[in-house]
Ligand binder design. Sequence first.
Ligand SMILES: [Fe+2]
Length: 180
Amino acid sequence: MGYELDNLILDCRRSFRKEKALAARERMRRYCIRACIDGDFVARWFGPGPENDSPRRLIYEDPDFGFCIVSHCRKDPGRSPPHDHGSSWAIYAQVEGHTDMTHWRVVESAKNDEPSGARKKVEVASQSRLQPGDAFLYNEGDIHSPSFDGPSKFLRIEGRNLFGRPRNEFEAVDPEDQES
Ligand SMILES: [Fe+2]
């Protein structure tokens, strides 16, 4: 029997009930992997057809815990600026294609002299490619930026529905440009 959306939802809800937040998210990350490599799940939510054609499609929002399951079917290359999701968290789980993810850290030397309201400066901490069956968890404040060099399909779980919510964006700097 395949791993269906209902299975993913029930497993996530059980994690929320039984475990502390960070442990629940890590377990949900593993459930996302299970979904992403399940042929039936992928065919239903990421297969060919106009219903699976959206760069963002909310497929479930939990009425009790608030988490959301979202499918993303991107056709075109593109990249996001460095960002976090404010007081929320998110899991990115790759289904088809790949997503190049950059992880960033705040440049400490730039913190003190920046005017209020200025975007914080960040530098690259690491880079990883999400391949089908990979899933990354970003907790509150984890700064990241996905980029796509072609079509990419991925599943996300958001701590709460992030559609239309402002996110924190950051200014990328080259570490060699920073004064020592
Ligand atoms: Fe993000």
